[in-house]
Each structure stands twice: as structure tokens, then as C-alpha cells.
Design a protein around this ligand. Structure first.
Ligand code: ZN
Ligand code: ZN
Length: 351
């Protein structure tokens, strides 16, 4: 009797010990693996969702009756201010088109999602063709220090463009989302740093942080969400900027403000939103873009991701018009959230 009760006690204590060990290992594991990293190696958004649009839905959109139709139109273009761009310690922003900007923050020349070729497609004879040519030629680019890539979709990551930049700026550094470094190494582009959400890279006085947005990734039929997506927050003593890449509306903007504070300038996508039933998850319309601007508590914003490629159904000149309407409806200053002319350079010293 005595022995069996002792045996029972040891058994009970061992069981508790095993359970505690399992619990501790589990806590350790969840601590080590962020929630947006799934066990199968893919990523999800901060709210746990993944873009699960099926081929069937893509087919329905592509073959369905369209409420509106996007027809290319010729937008005004201006020459970039090369004099200002080539000044020492230049402080300016130039819209090259779509999500591509040249941003100069007095110490670094940064290119965002650079796309300076003719198509946003894996093949060079089909796929979305640009109807507004890139507002800067390769030869017009100044020496580039950093290139930020928001995600691997073809309108944001263009092989020919990144190859040219790497070849002609051997010291430049590519900052890319987690999982995307391998793609660059495979193309013999070796100066690459990949970051997870909220991780930062510091160079001189500039701190560059990768922030979460609601989107997805893929370059082939078989690699959905295997690399991360996000926005880039760039800050030094003079200025702060965020480039949101491609994103649907989510709480990420409020969280970004909470963690990183207000920004001087936000580059916010305002195009590629129709039809809503298909696009809402991954792209904001101007109404949501204005809400993102408010959530970020940005001083100023520039609407991007429009006027360059036809990716969706809204008329190509609609995003800036709707943006202005939206700002007026909310009694906000229309000069606080603007769109630029292709090629326009804004002198941030004067802004
Ligand atoms: Zn995208
Ligand atoms: Zn895009």
C-alpha cells in the first residue's frame, strides 16, 4: 500500500513535469515564430488572413461583364528636375511612375519599387504593358544608395530594372521582404538585405524599417505567399517617409503610427481597385487611401499606383478625381494628399 502510494506520487509528479516541459517548449516556440509565419513556410497578414482568391474567381472577373472599362489615355509628363536631383545632399522626391519614386533625403538616394521597362509581366511579349513611359531614363538616375522592394509582383519588382541598377551601382543595397533574398542571389545580385516586419536597417543617420500591410505575393503559379510583402518606413533627422507598396485597408496603418510615430510624407496607393469584390482585399480605393492617411497621421501624402499600367477595371484617370472628391467630402485640405505629374520632382526643402 505504502509503496503503491509512493509510486502514484512519483507518477503524478513526473506527469506534471512532462506537461510543464511541453508547455514551456510551446511558449518558446510561439515566442520564436511570429504569428505571420506559417509552418508550411508561407506568410499571412497581421489579421491572420491570406489572399485565397481561386482561379475560378479570377476567371469570373476576367470574363465577367465589366461595370467600367479602363482605356489607356495620355497623361501629361514633365522632365524630372535633374539639376536638383544631382545636387549634393539633395532633398527631393520624383515620381517615375506607378510605385517607383526617387527619394533623396539629404544623405541617401533611394529608389522605391523601381520599374523602368515596358511591361509588368514574366514574359516580354504579353502581360500588362505600360501606357505611360517611365519618367526617368536609366541614364538619368543619379548614383543610387538603396533600393526598397515592397513585394515580388511584376509591377513592383522588374528583373531588367534591378539588374541594370545593380550593374551600374555596384555599391547599392537592395532592401527586400523576408524570403526574397534568394531570388536576387539567383540573379547574381548579391548586395541584398531581407527584413521581417518591424525589423530595421540603419545606414548613417537613416533608419529603414519594414512595416506590415495587407497584401500577398507570387511570381509563378506555385509560390503564393512564400515571400513577405510590406511597406518601407525611412527616417533620418531631416525627414520621414513611408512607402506602402501594395495594400488593402487594414489596422496595420494605426499600428504603424503607434510603433513608429507620425511621418512627414506617405506614399499611398490609390489605384487598381475595381471591381471591389475582387480587389478589395489587396488594393485600397481612394476612400480607404484617405483613411490610411488619417490612420498614419501623415503630414502629407502622395497618391501612387495609378496612371501607368492597366491592372484593373477602373477608368485610368479616376483615382486622382475620386481622391480629390474624398478629401473634399471629409473637409480635408486637398493640398495635403496630392497626386504628381509623371516626372515631376518636388523640392522637399520648399515643401
Ligand atoms: Zn501586388
Ligand atoms: Zn501593384
Amino acid at each position: 500500500m505504502h509503496n503503491s502510494s509512493r509510486f502514484g506520487k512519483i507518477l503524478f509528479l513526473s506527469l506534471i513535469f512532462i506537461l510543464l516541459t511541453i508547455a514551456m517548449t510551446m511558449t518558446e516556440n510561439t515566442k520564436k515564430t511570429p504569428e505571420h509565419h506559417l509552418e508550411n513556410g508561407t506568410f499571412v497578414n497581421t489579421n491572420g488572413t491570406a489572399n485565397n482568391k481561386k482561379l475560378k474567381e479570377l476567371w469570373k472577373w476576367m470574363t465577367g461583364k465589366k461595370e467600367t472599362k479602363a482605356i489607356p489615355i495620355e497623361f501629361e509628363m514633365v522632365d524630372p528636375d535633374l539639376k536638383l536631383i544631382n545636387q549634393d545632399k539633395s532633398f527631393s522626391i520624383t515620381w517615375i511612375g506607378h510605385a517607383s519614386f526617387l527619394y533623396q533625403n539629404k544623405e541617401l538616394n533611394i529608389l522605391t519599387d523601381p520599374h523602368l521597362t515596358n511591361r509588368a509581366s514574366p514574359i516580354n511579349f504579353a502581360g500588362p504593358q505600360r501606357y505611360t513611359k517611365p519618367a526617368m531614363k536609366f541614364e538619368e538616375l543619379p548614383k543610387i544608395d538603396f533600393i526598397t522592394i515592397s513585394h515580388n509582383h511584376y509591377d513592383h519588382l522588374d528583373l531588367k530594372t534591378v539588374k541594370w541598377i545593380a550593374k551600374n551601382n555596384p555599391d547599392s543595397m537592395f532592401l527586400v521582404p523576408l524570403g526574397l533574398k534568394k531570388w536576387f542571389l539567383d540573379k547574381s545580385i548579391n548586395n541584398v538585405i531581407e527584413l521581417d516586419w518591424w525589423e530595421s536597417h540603419i545606414i548613417n543617420d537613416t533608419k529603414i524599417t519594414f512595416t506590415p500591410v495587407q497584401h500577398w505575393s507570387s511570381r509563378t503559379l506555385f509560390d503564393r505567399n512564400q515571400t513577405l510583402w510590406g511597406g518601407w518606413h525611412i527616417k533620418n533627422n531631416h525627414h520621414s517617409l513611408i512607402h506602402l507598396g501594395d495594400t488593402g485597408y487594414s489596422d496595420d496603418f494605426k499600428e504603424t503610427f503607434k510603433k513608429l510615430g507620425p511621418v512627414d510624407l506617405a506614399l499611398i496607393p490609390i489605384g487598381a481597385y475595381a471591381p471591389r469584390w475582387f480587389m478589395q482585399f489587396s488594393h485600397m480605393n481612394p476612400n480607404e487611401a484617405v483613411q490610411a492617411f488619417i490612420d498614419l497621421k501623415a503630414e502629407k501624402a502622395i497618391g501612387m499606383h495609378w496612371g501607368t499600367f492597366i491592372l484593373t477595371d477602373e477608368p485610368v484617370d479616376e483615382p486622382p478625381l475620386k481622391l480629390e472628391e474624398e478629401l473634399e467630402d471629409r473637409s480635408l485640405d486637398t493640398k495635403s494628399f496630392i497626386t504628381m505629374i509623371h516626372g515631376q520632382t518636388i523640392n522637399l526643402n520648399k515643401d
